[in-house]
Write a protein that binds this ligand. Structure first.
Ligand code: AMP
Length: 252
């Protein structure tokens, strides 16, 4: 696996070593788990080459404390990707990716203003902007996104269509722990007590109860509820267990 820190070096290699055959791309923020690895495995299955990026994107963190405490496990991540057979790990730095100092950004005016946006203002502007930069840099045939972050997946897919990007956005199913909790980099910050109760979030979300009732049950169980809401045929939820934010969604 080539580990590339320099974007100019990557752009050169993209034109030489990775110009023939299909290229799959998996953007991540690191602290990799089985959810990320399932995306990587899909890309490896579908493509001749797989590129994974690790970039902890500050512009999508509205809460500096969340950014500061986000798990960073770069060496372990690298070993996991190497083991999966990834071809290239891209690990750019902020100054290279944001040479414009975030003066240019991508704004979406409808879906990005719903669900997660009320407690995370500006979050999706940061997500869409960094994904646009990465998609332009990697020029992949396919890019893989997890359904766990379904609102994000829809926004990225919409952006790719709106801007005629050449990359097809591929959704991948949510990977869960045996007790139902969706894998998330933030799970490792849960206290043992909160980790025990966390699966209740998913089991209530997929229950027959209506969203209001689910919110009440979650509060009773000790979660702080951000939202439980249905849009189309999907039910979305976000809660805090202690200071750790969990999101999930199910078809309804
Ligand atoms: P992140 O590192 O949190 O930005 O996530 C990188 C990608 O992995 C995103 O497309 C996420 O939706 C996806 N992902 C995160 N957790 C899971 C999971 N439990 N199952 C499937 N995909 C996931």
């Amino acid at each position: 696996m080539k580990c590339i820190y320099d974007l100019d070096q990557w752009r050169e290699l993209r034109q030489t070593d990775y110009n023939s055959g299909s290229l799959g791309f998996v953007p991540t923020m690191g602290a990799l788990h089985k959810g990320h690895l399932s995306l990587v495995q899909s890309s490896i299955k579908d493509n001749d080459f797989t590129v994974v990026s690790i970039f902890l994107n500050p512009t999508q963190f509205n809460n500096p404390e969340d950014y500061r405490t986000y798990p960073r496990t770069f060496e372990a991540d690298k070993a996991l990707l190497e083991n999966e057979g990834v071809d290239v790990l891209l690990n750019p730095n902020y100054d290279q990716l944001y040479s414009d100092e975030y003066k240019y950004n991508i704004l979406e005016s409808e879906l990005s203003k719903q669900l997660c946006s009320s407690s995370r203002p500006g979050h999706f502007d940061g997500v869409l902007t960094v994904v646009m930069k990465l998609l332009n840099l990697v020029q992949a045939r396919y890019a893989y996104f997890g359904e766990k972050d379904y609102q994000q997946y829809l926004l990225v897919k919409g952006m790719a269509q709106a801007f005629f990007l050449n990359t097809e956005i591929v959704p991948c199913p949510t990977v869960r722990e045996p007790d139902g909790l969706a894998y998330s980099s933030r799970n490792r910050r849960l206290s043992p007590k909160d980790r025990l109760k966390a699966p209740l979030f998913y089991s209530l979300l997929k229950s027959e109860l209506d969203p209001k009732r689910i919110a009440v049950e979650l509060k009773t169980a000790g979660f702080k509820v951000d939202y439980v809401e249905e849009i189309g045929h999907r039910r979305y939820g976000a809660v805090y267990a202690g200071d750790v934010r969990l999101i999930d969604n199910v078809i309804c």
